[in-house]
Design a protein around this ligand. Structure first.
Ligand code: NAD
Length: 432
């Protein structure tokens, strides 16, 4: 993917990176940020491209392309996931690393932004191939990874197992144990209790705080949650526990609707115990007193709050005019397109942007890192309380700023996030 310079500013042929750059320029211009700071922050500090040779089961060696990008270390070590996917490119990692810089900054945690990945089809690899790939990738990015330099985490198609392979390899190279070098580890292997629910806990906290500032009683709120995976399922559960009525949930098998309220605990139980399916799906959940609707119908239901917690781009030019919910909390990354948000804004709806609403995940990672550095594990109650406190503080800071400046919450979030980073870059000077 090639870079271009348009009106003196970096642009990219990669859609994700280009969108990240344009969002940054929009907020930076509104803030009056200097061109020097704009140009410094539009490039990553460091990008490492690696080849990842893997001996496949048939004895042949295949070489995969891997990347690790550190967009900014102005606020602290860079933090961000490692993904295994067929569309991973260096440019995409640059865009995602930049978004992590803003997310960590907005979350009020002492991290910059990073991202990495390997271009591969993870579903076509055997476990042993994946292990060899993870270990070789880990060894090749090892020189720039560390608890005070760059701290990876799981992302698409990676989880605790891949983190253990990468960490184990780097520890062997170092010759000593170093658990704080990455997060998302299994609980019994220096992971953190509470991390599984962390993103959903943060997303639901944003919803409940929005109700507070709008004077809405959770008990009167009808809520639809798209996606019943890690983020969506815990968001739905925690909102129900707070007294709201979850009228609809959905996954790839369709939308499950009950205007009187869905029993979310039962949905969990159903998903975990249903023997007729593979891959934790809600197939057949209509038997539990729900009406089954089409996949996208969840977006258009009569409800107060919509939590898109599945995919990017679902609220767009075509779907946004039909969205009835007045409050949209983005649990997923980029579920609303620029055009979709314009339509929602004109209709008077409020969107809580992804990098505020789903920051519970990275805040939870920060807590894991902090515990690893201390060599002391917190109770789950302590972890949850700190997470809710920080999310509450962050939501209200962005809300107040948006009201004050009369801008959308997304623009307010960007402006606050960029300000924290650019102030420190200016303070530390060019020789970062
Ligand atoms: P997941 O794989 O656990 O769950 C995704 C869910 O979405 C599944 O229930 C799946 O069936 C459903 N889904 C997929 N396509 C759908 C469709 N067309 N309609 C309805 N449902 C559909 O993933 P997750 O970890 O919950 O992540 C969801 C989103 O949140 C992603 O955008 C992810 O990048 C983002 N996110 C996740 C975390 C985290 O900590 N898990 C943190 C920040 C952001």
């Amino acid at each position: 993917m090639a870079d271009r310079i348009v009106n003196g500013r970096r642009r990219s042929d990669d859609l994700l990176l280009d969108t990240a750059l344009r969002d940054f320029y929009g907020a930076a211009d509104e803030m009056g940020l200097s061109e020097s700071l704009i140009s410094m922050l539009s490039y990553p500090e460091r990008r490492l491209d690696v080849s990842v040779p893997v001996e496949m089961e048939d004895g042949r060696v295949r070489v995969f392309k891997g990347y690790r990008v550190q967009h900014s270390t102005a606020l602290g070590p860079s933090k961000g996931g490692i993904r295994y996917a067929q569309d991973v490119t260096g440019a995409e990692c640059e865009g995602l690393a930049m978004l992590m810089t803003w997310k960590c900054s907005l979350a009020g945690i002492p991290y910059g932004g990073g991202k990495g990945g390997i271009c591969c089809d993870p579903t076509a690899l055997t476990r042993r191939e994946k292990e060899r790939m993870s270990r070789t990738y880990g060894a090749r990015i090892a020189p720039i990874i560390g608890r005070w330099s760059d701290i990876p985490a799981p992302d698409m198609y990676t989880g605790g197992q891949e983190m253990v392979w990468i960490m184990d390899t780097i520890c062997k190279m170092l010759g000593h144990f170093e658990p704080a070098m990455l997060t998302g580890k299994p609980i019994d292997y220096w992971g953190a209790r509470g991390r599984t629910e962390a993103t959903g806990r943060g997303t639901s906290t944003c919803g409940l705080e929005l109700m507070k500032v709008k004077g809405l009683n959770p008990a009167n709120m009808k809520i639809a949650v798209q996606g019943f995976g890690n983020v969506g399922s815990y968001t739905a559960l925690l909102l129900k526990e707070a007294g709201a009525t979850i009228v609809a949930i959905s996954d790839t098998t369709g939308t499950y609707y009950n205007p009187k309220g869905i029993n979310i605990e039962k949905a969990f139980e159903y998903m975990n115990n249903n023997p007729s399916q593979r891959g934790r799906k809600l197939t057949g959940f209509e038997k539990e007193g729900c009406e089954k609707l089409g996949l996208n119908d969840i977006l258009f239901l009569d409800c107060d709050f919509l939590f898109p917690c599945a995919l990017q781009g679902v609220i767009n030019q075509e779907t946004a005019p039909k969205v009835k919910a007045r409050y949209i909390i983005e649990g997923a990354n980029s579920p609303t397109t620029v055009e979709g948000e314009e339509i929602l804004k004109d209709a008077g709806a409020i969107v809580v942007p992804d990098f505020l609403a789903n920051a519970g995940g990275v805040i939870g990672s920060y807590f894991e890192w902090a515990q690893n550095l201390q060599g002391f594990s917190w109770t789950e109650a302590d972890y949850n309380k700190r997470l809710v406190d920080l999310m509450t503080e962050n939501f209200n800071r962005v809300w107040a700023f948006a009201q004050d400046k009369k801008v959308t919450m997304r623009r307010a979030a960007y402006m606050q996030a960029i300000k924290r980073v650019s102030d420190i870059v200016a303070l530390r000077g060019v020789y970062l």
